[in-house]
Design a binder for this molecule. Structure first.
Ligand code: C5P
Length: 245
């Protein structure tokens, strides 16, 4: 099926509950490809929030649970999540290759696994404190790449990675992995980088090989969120056309 420019956009519902999230679902369901439901919203509302988003349609769901446990538990949790008919579920690489493999085995229907390689909140000092070797603390992208390769080997469909690492991971893993990039800021955005340290524009992320862009605050805080999503889709369309030339 052909992917529309809007289908590249993942809007994170970083909101506390049903009442706060649903107005955005209603406004944006036809202007984005997926809604990302994270821990806050899922813990607060549970599976009914998934059903409410699906009933609004047509956008799909990315359940960002960052599963991190022993293989049997990750496998069962992934299997339970996939029964909700969501498109993506995240599993943390820190759980190890066997846990990723177990989740990959448990995949049902259309649900795909996205691996989280290294949290972008971890810097050199934090990784040193966690006991990582110098080789990885002095250049975190080496650790990201090591884990991205591990995730692919284990059968994951793709990974979440920062704009800065997109080209490197695409180059190393080829076309058949799904790359999802957060930290996207359109040049016209009225919000600044916020707490995102390594931002890129939608255009540059697409050119570097992203399949999906997580774009939250630039859309959520715009005077008209649906209009902001349309503008992002136009920028994506230009970048795709440019990449095909
Ligand atoms: O566009 P905005 O900065 O508002 O997007 C924030 C969303 O992106 C959050 O849901 C957050 O979990 C997600 N994210 C991130 N940085 C990462 C991975 C995911 O901000 N490295």
């Amino acid at each position: 099926m052909k992917k529309d420019p809007k289908d590249y956009i993942i809007f994170p519902l970083d909101l506390p509950d049903y009442d706060a999230a649903m107005p955005y679902v209603e406004k944006l369901a036809s202007h984005v490809g997926l809604f990302k439901v994270g821990l806050e919203l899922f813990i607060s509302e549970g599976p009914p929030i998934i059903k409410a988003i699906q009933d609004t349609g047509p956008a799909e769901i990315f359940l960002d649970l960052k599963l991190h446990d022993i293989p049997a538990t990750v496998q069962k949790a992934f299997s339970a999540a996939s029964r909700h008919g969501v498109r993506f579920v995240t599993v943390h690489c820190d759980a190890g290759e066997e846990a990723l493999r177990a989740a990959a085995k448990a995949g049902q229907g259309k649900t795909q696994i996205l691996a989280v390689t290294v949290l972008t909140s971890l810097d050199t000092g934090a990784l040193k404190n966690l006991g990582y070797e110098k080789n990885y603390t002095e250049d975190i992208s080496r650790l990201v790449l090591l884990r991205a390769k591990m995730a692919k080997r284990a059968g994951c469909h793709g990974m979440v990675c920062s704009g800065r690492e997109l080209a490197k991971i695409r180059g190393a893993l080829g076309r058949d992995v799904v790359l999802v990039a957060p930290g996207i800021r359109p040049s016209w955005s009225i919000v600044d980088a916020d707490d995102q340290k390594r931002i890129v524009t939608p255009e540059n992320a697409i050119k570097a090989g992203a399949d999906y862009l997580v774009i939250g605050r630039p859309i959520r805080n715009a005077p008209d969120p649906a209009d902001a999503a349309k503008k992002v889709a136009e920028e994506i369309e230009k970048a795709i056309t440019h990449a095909q030339k």
